[in-house]
Design a protein around this ligand. Sequence first.
Ligand code: SAM
Length: 239
Amino acid sequence: MKKRELLYDGCEKMGISIAEEQIEKLLEFKDIVLEFNKQMNLTSIKNERDFIIKHLLDSISCLLINEVQDNIKIIDVGTGAGFPSIPLKIMLPSIKLTLIDSQSKKIEFLKEACAELGLTDVEFIHGRAEEYGQNLEYRESYDLVLSRAVAPMNVLTEYCLPFLKVGGNFVCQKGPRLNDELMEAEAAILVLGGNVKYVKSVSLIFDELNHKILVIEKISKSPTKYPRKSGKPTEKPIA
Ligand code: SAM
């Protein structure tokens, strides 16, 4: 199957409509990532078909979540090479997006990629979530936090919930261990002012990839002592 058709069919199977220009932009982004990937380690997925399914369609599947909407303020914590947020920005051009990652080479790559793609309203932060979650410019100022493949839930909750306004939502893509991770994270979610809203199971084209998307709403402010200093959430997760 051709690349364009794969993207189009993948979206159609999820019930997501996609315009020709968005297909072009998504494929352009794929080319930029794979080109940079020859010099720096951005992704282990080098095969184009796998890239379209595991990076592009997987990111776009977040649109199945009603809370992921246009015109809102979103931060992608541990964005890496821009997943899931760059494909989402291509699909929802009016979101105000912040990308944060602790590796400077990834943030430098994202600056160049966004410039090439002509994406606007994107802020780039090289830094750790623990540090910026305590920065009043960023703390409790987002409508939505996204995060994929960054840390187990009991750690990730401490990275992500402090960024959310009360009433905002944390949308997180997870694999088969989600139920166990959620049990381990029960205390952290409660302490940080979160409440598990729902979990959606998603299967991508031809059932090649199945995952879950977890939505946590922020129902009260996070105590000011969180997030703790860099490294602490991993060393001693809230229990
Ligand atoms: N979200 C991307 C994806 O799904 O392809 C990248 C996943 S990659 C496995 C995890 C990324 O999280 C890395 O780029 C790493 O630098 C970043 N990261 C890990 N801990 C972090 C922290 N505490 N603050 C900011 N970024 C972090």
